[in-house]
Design a protein. Structure first.
Length: 618
């Protein structure tokens, strides 16, 4: 049926009875597209009926449909003119993996981080009313995204504001891992309401039978109190002043249409709680939604995917943390909803009492670390660079002022590639090094990572150990090399031009210098503190210095070197290579590094400009 459905208007011409077939066709296409190049499969499969119903009832783009995180919106892209482009998703020059305002007039917000939809919807509702307009605002938010402080705080204001909007709570009991938190438990109590259980067992009949009178009641209740349907004795949504309806079957598209038609007309804010299955319609994804949250390419018939024996940086961290916690009973690891991504599955099993998933609440993760450190633990906050942006004030205010011993294992530092601008971790060196007391270390491999972790434990104070997305090599258990804090290491002799680089950028530097006599390379593995003794020595002899970093050039490692040289009164010329001051759209990591001018070839070009005799590549 999709052949003739390229816009929401086309969809509205479909008979209601045929909407389940549209949903099925969208699902087939999502599976096909994801099998070719990977994508957010399970979440997108689960949200198909919600999206069909919203586009059937609302008039996008005039009415605004907001998707939280934006990773579940593949059906939305297909229904808004982008079906043909779906195979380009997350590829260079192709569609974004999330919704993006500059990509389509139907994408109401640009997103990738969780929990922003409700505050955006609140702002839009105020804008609508302030400008005397009358469009409708609907937000789709997952149960995982609802664990974020931003979402909960927005709800607090939404309920008080009385602003008209529809919030579709897409509850699949999953974040990337199992969802956590008290709200999650509360939602389970709603799901075991008797009538819902019956509807589950007796097919969809009971939901239809029960929700029709419910919907009639709703349409009569337009102006009445918001607390009229309250299936649990205490409903936190209702308590916040948001009308609560549900839970209903989120895969019964006709039922959803029926309800939404009524609910979007109600004054004030309304939550429609829908229960969905993550991975719906694909047996292996339903059975293991964690594995199928964001797979790479796979065989759709069997679910077979290319296996990799590579050892990720995340696994290297998780293994090291698991060992450290065996040695020291004060070690405690906190994750904001990223157990799998941060390599902590094993840790969480081996040390369940010293492991905490706070949900998608990075601010809470950081400040809970502060509380633990104040009371004698040695917390490690395992966090992606991009999501640590959510905890910046907490690092400053709760951790750094008192110089507390909180270790930040900062994963996905640098360019991440396919997830694009929302997920790149290219600001952390700049925003962390500007905070007093905070050390910033860049391991070149798993050995250094372990050395830094061990040294950080001994030293105390806030430390960020930052490593990239991707793989490193395995090291034997018990590998704990000594590491002197704040020291760099010469990894290639040469005093004419010297490249200073740490972490991922060091690989590029070594590769660039491989056959160039006179070009030295330093493993600048601490961005803060800098190894001033070595810097002075290098700068005293070299004709020029090149700094390279997988981070914005603005205020990062190169800036630190320039500041230090200025303080030392040394005038050696410095070329600063880093990510330019622009948002980097999705493409492979290698491509983004190449076009940013930090890969080996770009470094060689700069060396040639500095007068180094660089052989011409053929
Ligand atoms: N922290 C923040 C602030 N934003 C994001 N996006 C993450 C972490 C990582 N993340 C996702 S998707 C996701 C997380 C934690 C789970 C969201 O669960 P929800 O949706 O219940 O809202 P579901 O997957 O359909 O169940 C991405 O980075 C894509
Ligand atoms: Mg969910």
């Amino acid at each position: 049926m999709l052949e003739n459905i390229n816009t929401p208007e086309d969809l509205k011409r479909v008979a209601r009875e045929d909407l389940p077939q549209v949903a099925q066709d969208l699902r087939d296409e999502i599976i096909r597209v994801c099998s070719l190049g990977g994508g957010h499969l399970a979440s997108s499969l689960g949200a198909v009926e919600i999206i069909v119903a919203l586009h059937y009832v609302l008039n996008s783009p005039r009415d605004r449909i907001l998707f939280d995180v934006g990773h579940q919106a593949y059906a939305h892209k297909m229904l808004t003119g982008r079906r043909d482009l779906m195979p380009t998703i997350k590829k260079e020059g192709g569609l974004s993996g999330f919704t993006k305002v500059s990509e389509s007039e139907h994408d109401a917000i640009t997103v990738g981080h969780a929990s922003t939809s409700l505050a955006n919807a609140l702002g839009m509702a105020y804008a609508r009313d302030a400008l005397g307009q009358d469009y409708r605002v609907a937000a789709v938010i997952g149960d995982g995204a609802l664990t974020g402080g931003m979402a909960l705080a927005a709800l607090n204001t939404i309920g008080d504001s009385g602003k008209k909007m529809l919030i579709v709570l897409n509850d699949n009991e999953m974040s990337i891992s199992e969802n956590v938190g008290a709200m999650n438990k509360f939602m389970r109590t709603l799901q075991v309401q008797k009538w819902f259980q019956e509807s589950e067992s007796a097919g969809k009949k009971t939901v239809g039978a029960l929700s029709k009178p419910l919907a009639d009641m709703l349409s009569r209740a337009k102006d009445s109190a918001r607390h009229f349907f309250d299936p649990a004795s205490v409903n936190p949504f209702a308590a916040m002043g948001v009308r609560y309806v549900g839970p209903v079957d989120g895969h019964d598209v006709r039922e959803l249409v029926y309800l939404m038609e009524k609910l979007v007309e109600l004054d004030g804010p309304t939550i429609l709680h829908v229960v969905t299955k993550k991975g719906k319609g694909l047996d292996y994804a339903e059975a293991d939604p964690i594995k199928w949250h964001g797979p790479g390419k796979f065989d759709p018939a069997t679910g077979d995917a290319p296996k990799s024996s590579a050892y990720s940086w995340s696994a290297a961290f998780g293994d090291a943390a698991t060992e450290l916690a065996k040695q020291d009973p004060r070690v405690f690891v906190i994750t904001p909803a990223m157990r799998e991504g941060s390599g902590l599955v094993k840790y969480s099993q081996v040390h369940p009492t010293r492991y905490l998933d706070v949900g998608i609440a990075e601010d809470v993760a950081v400040t809970a670390g502060a509380g633990m450190a104040l009371q004698g633990l040695k917390p490690i906050v395992a966090i992606y660079s991009t999501f640590l942006q959510r905890g910046y004030d907490q690092v400053v205010h709760d951790v750094a002022i008192e110089d507390l011993p909180v270790i930040f294992a900062v994963d996905r530092g640098g360019v991440v590639g396919a997830d694009g601008a929302t997920h790149n971790g290219v600001f952390d060196l700049s925003f962390l090094r500007s905070i007093p007391n905070v050390s910033v270390a860049l391991p070149r491999d798993a050995r250094e990572l372990r050395g830094m972790l061990k040294a950080a434990m001994k030293r105390g104070g806030p430390v960020a150990i930052r490593y990239p997305r991707g793989n490193t090599e395995r090291v034997p258990e018990g590998t704990w090399p000594d590491m002197e804090w704040g020291t760099w290491e010469r990894v290639r002799d040469g005093d004419d031009v010297v490249i200073l680089a740490g972490g991922k950028a060091l690989e590029y530097a070594e590769s660039a210098a491989r056959d160039l006599p006179g070009v030295g390379v330093v493993n600048a593995r601490f961005v803060k503190p800098l190894d001033l003794a070595m810097l002075r020595d290098v700068a005293g002899k070299a004709r020029a210095i090149v700094t390279v970093e997988d981070n914005t050039r603005v205020g990062g490692f190169g800036s630190a070197v320039l500041e230090a040289l200025a303080d030392l009164g040394v005038r050696t010329p410095v070329r600063v290579l880093g990510i330019p001051d622009e948002f980097q759209e999705h493409a492979s990591v290698e491509r983004v590094h190449a076009r940013s001018g930090i890969d080996a070839q770009a470094i060689r070009t700069v060396l040639a400009e500095l007068g180094v005799d660089v052989p011409i590549e053929v």
